[in-house]
Design a protein around this ligand. Structure first.
Ligand code: ADP
Length: 453
């Protein structure tokens, strides 16, 4: 008799241990689910399926509220065999207003209190058809339903509902205790999935906004290109006639007339420069600038440019010096490098009142660096940071010198398209500047490549 009792006790103990083992392994499984990055739908699907399959709960459902807690939707419903119609998404995927439906589910959400119900109908009607609820209740012999609110930061974000084929009081203490860690895991998983889903949503919106911005940018570039082309021809005609007037081809001008026509002339020159730069920018931005990158003699190009600009320097009483150097060929597009040098040296002359400009070369291990050093107005840190952006001009210089703020932007795009870098350094305002760029040395086996920017 005693031995029999011992056997019964041992059997019961063994059975309890088996349940504990199974619970622990299930909790571990759920823990793994929480760690993966999933959308709310996927995450709740995995949790309900795991609970129904491993614990043989005849019904497991997870529902979530929207961000403002005004609507609710069953996200996933699972049964052990997964075959009941109620488990199909179309059977339960209906978002409903928490204000219009009054059942045990909405009560749990409103009160933040768990509930034990005597039937599944109290939880699911009228959102899910009675017939489908009958089917799963009969098949799973559901006697009670436990409904837990899922609370995050004091707000109820959803519910976890578990259908049982016995009442809660018939569960062992251990089974009852299991609900606490289970609830913790489900809440964390749901919170994570909701954050992930809202991130996915935001990324989607950003992508759409980005595409729209790109379209607008392309439109702007196209508009700029058309407008600039249309401006160029009449501008050239105006300049031609102004030149003729200034030359006296239409009669001798009075001093006052000379002054006015001179102003027209410099305004037209400024406009022509602006239109030219705008066209340059629109060509680059619409990918219509073709570069022929090949080994070039950078010193020869710089000599050419300084020779051309020496007249201007002399007019301004400035020294323009090129420090002779012998360097190996670099990879670049000769015409575009000339354009860059012309821009940087012209700027150096424009923003220098006294002293001069020196062009020098530094032989680096893999590249050749060109320095254009001036003794001009210099730059402070604020100015340096945004100098290479479109339409960026430093206030102090912009006030006294005409310009577009586009030249350095074009230089940067061109140099970078050739695989080089361009930058500026200055000891400070009034202390001159050094504009530098570097281009890679040409490989020994010379090659020519074409590139569109
Ligand atoms: P722009 O000279 O037509 O205004 P850039 O893009 O060539 O346009 O130059 C942008 C701005 O950078 C200029 O307006 C000027 O403020 C500043 N800058 C360029 N070169 C120098 C320089 N050598 N010294 C001081 N400031 C300069």
């Amino acid at each position: 008799m005693v031995r029999n009792q011992i056997n019964v006790d041992l059997y019961a103990r063994n059975a309890e241990l088996a349940v504990r083992n199974k619970t622990l392994s299930l909790l571990h499984k759920l823990d793994q689910v929480t760690l993966s990055t999933l959308t709310t739908e996927e995450m709740t699907g995995q949790i309900t399926a795991t609970l129904a399959k491993e614990f043989l709960y005849p019904f497991v459902g997870i529902g979530v509220c929207d961000k403002r807690q005004s609507t609710f939707e069953w996200m996933s419903i699972a049964c052990p065999d997964g075959k009941s119609t109620i488990c199909e998404r179309r059977a339960y995927q209906k978002s409903f207003s928490l204000k219009t439906i009054h059942n045990a589910c909405t009560q749990v959400i409103a009160s933040h209190r768990r509930a034990e119900l005597s039937s599944l109908h109290k939880l699911l009607e009228p959102v899910i058809e009675k017939q489908l609820i009958d089917e799963v209740s009969t098949k799973g012999q559901i006697k009670s339903v436990l409904v837990f609110p899922l609370i995050v930061n004091g707000a109820c974000v959803g519910v976890l509902a578990i259908g049982l084929n016995r009442s809660k009081k018939d569960l062992t203490k251990y089974e009852q205790d299991t609900f606490t860690p289970l609830l913790g895991l489900v809440t964390i998983a749901l919170q994570k999935a909701m954050t992930y889903s809202s991130l996915v949503e935001t990324t989607k919106k950003l992508r759409v906004a980005n595409r729209r911005l790109k379209e607008l940018d392309a439109l702007k570039t196209e508009f700029l290109s058309i407008a600039s082309h249309q401006l160029r021809t009449p501008m050239a005609a105006i300049r031609g006639y102004v030149d003729l007037i200034m030359d006296g081809s239409y009669g001798k001008l009075s001093d006052q007339q000379t002054e006015v026509v001179g102003k027209i002339h410099s305004s037209v020159e400024g406009l022509i420069e602006l239109v030219g730069q705008l066209l340059n920018v629109s060509r680059i931005e619409s990918g219509k600038t073709v570069l022929t990158i090949e080994p070039i003699d950078i010193v020869a190009i710089a000599t050419d440019v300084t020779g051309f600009l020496s007249i201007k320097a002399t007019e301004q009483k400035l020294n323009l010096v090129l420090t002779p150097a012998t360097v190996v060929p670099v990879m670049g597009d000769a015409a575009k490098v000339k354009e860059v040098l012309m821009n940087v040296i012209e700027n150096a002359l424009k923003y220098t009142d006294q002293g001069g400009v020196t062009v020098s070369f530094v032989d680096e291990p893999k590249a050749v660096r060109v320095n254009v050093t001036d003794t001009g107005i210099g730059l402070d840190k604020n100015g340096i940071d945004r100098l290479f952006q479109k339409f960026s001009r430093v206030e102090a210089s912009a006030a006294n010198h005409p310009g577009t703020g586009l030249g350095l932007y074009v230089c940067k795009r061109l140099i970078e398209a050739m695989g080089g870098e361009i930058w500026v350094e200055s000891p400070g305002l009034g202390k001159g500047s050094i504009f530098s760029f570097r281009l890679k040395k040409a490989p020994t086996a010379l090659q020519k490549t074409q590139k569109t920017v």
